[in-house]
Design a protein around this ligand. Sequence first.
Ligand SMILES: [Zn+2]
Length: 216
Amino acid sequence: MTSVEADAPPAKAEPGQRGGPLLATVRQALATAGADQAVIAEAVQAVASGQVYQAATVSVKEQNSHAVRPFFDCLDLVINHIVTGAPLTAAREAAEALATTPPGQGGHHPWCHVDRCKPHRFEDGAVLTEHHGLALATELTDGYEALRLRAELGSDENLIDDHASVFIWAGNNDGLSFDQDNLGRAIDSLDTFLDGLRHLHRVMGQPRAPKTEEQA
Ligand SMILES: [Zn+2]
């Protein structure tokens, strides 16, 4: 025994109606339920907006676009909240974690990994500390050789220029020291470079077109 008889046939989009079967189903179901035209139009508009959002968020995630991905991740949580009633606790906690910085231990930055900070005691009794924060490392490898990239946040009380810096090393080259403004510019450059790499990644599978008769 099947339930074929009980299933309503899928709605088909009428000629001139855009949005495919889902919007046709929404129109048909609401009309059958006796909803007025204004409600039907509003519901169709909302579903169509959702379809646009779904296409956009899939594209953003496929491209892993750093600049807008957190925004779309946040929208996903809000949409889930509207659809399922799931609390927005995760989104709120993430926002609060970003907004509140825990105080640093005495004499240290909030970002210090205090066990790695190195105090240097001088003959006059002064203690000047080299502070170390999060260290990042990644390797780009073609399967044979690797280019190693490293970055680390730090500051040094023994330097006249006492502000924090991020040091970046590529391979075995001497590292460069970036202040906050320069690091912002470096991140923008890397973002542009990464967007370019993503483009190359997308198109690199395209084969050559067959040669024309003159070329053959
Ligand atoms: Zn420290």
